[in-house]
Design a protein around this ligand. Structure first.
Ligand code: MG
Ligand code: MG
Length: 266
């Protein structure tokens, strides 16, 4: 069952998304070789709590942390660890916040220091595919139009692996609501997009093959071939001619640029 949001609800979701994005930006300013993903998790969590919001990932179906932090071959749902990050790592931070009864959800992938042109392209193409999907998130289109746009660009044009097991989702009063938003599919298929539909679009794209497996921690999803993966996520609201992007990468991209330990020219 799909819950379409009122304008007032959309604004509350936007507020939660801003806290999410600012918490990721805040954590990004600390990324450097030697810091652990557990430290980044704690920094983001503190930011969320300091802004009178709850870290909604924590205890969600038993997930024990505020953030999913996925390094290199970890695609999504990565457990923060005490292992130090190093030059060349790519790090996806995915987190959420609950405020005034509404959830926000967003994710961004960072690269430490010098990375290969191959990985730069993976980041660029994955981020671009998110916006190509968002372009299709307008009234009258269908979920499959979003899915197709992402798959067409990442898989058909660039030969990357599109993860099948995990998908984007509706959100609002719940972190995960209907409908599912796969990153693969056919144009003109799936439910029709109506005004006020709020969904998280989140391409999870592997440099190599699409196959993934579940790490023994029970949560972290890793690429089957050990190659890196990228993940970017926006929460958006379907509108008539143009989707309203409720989350924002502005603060994150500014932090990425300002932090000289991060690669920002991809
Ligand atoms: Mg997320
Ligand atoms: Mg999500």
């Amino acid at each position: 069952m799909i819950h379409y949001k009122t304008n007032a609800e959309v604004e509350l979701i936007r507020q939660s998304c801003i806290i999410v994005n600012d918490s990721i930006a805040h954590a990004a300013s600390y990324i450097k070789p030697g810091i652990s993903t557990m430290e980044l998790n704690d920094i983001a969590e503190e930011y969320i709590r300091d802004h009178n919001a709850a870290p909604n990932f924590k205890n969600y179906h038993g997930f024990p942390f505020a953030c999913c932090i996925s390094v290199n071959d970890a695609v999504v749902h990565g457990f923060p660890t005490k292992d130090p990050l190093k030059e060349g790592d790519i790090v996806s931070i995915d987190c959420g916040a609950l405020k005034n009864g509404y959830h926000g959800d967003s994710a961004y992938t960072f690269a430490l220091g010098e990375i290969s042109e191959e990985i730069k392209q993976l980041l660029r193409v994955t981020k671009d595919s998110l916006y190509l999907g968002i372009e299709k998130a307008i009234v009258g289109n269908r979920i499959g139009d979003i899915s197709f746009a992402i798959q067409d660009y990442t898989e058909r044009k660039h030969g990357y692996g599109v993860v099948r097991e995990l998908v984007g989702h509706g959100l609002g009063k719940e972190l995960h609501e209907d409908p599912q938003v796969p990153n693969y599919g056919k144009r003109g298929k799936g439910s029709k997009l109506k005004d006020g539909l709020v969904i998280a679009i989140e391409p999870m794209i592997n440099l190599g093959a699409k196959e993934v497996y579940n790490d023994k921690d029970g949560w972290t999803i890793r690429t089957g071939d050990g190659k890196p993966a990228a993940h970017y996520e926006h929460t958006i609201c379907v509108r008539k001619n143009k989707a309203d992007i409720l989350s924002s990468f502005s603060a994150i991209e500014a932090a990425e640029k300002a932090n000289l330990n991060l690669c920002s020219d991809y």
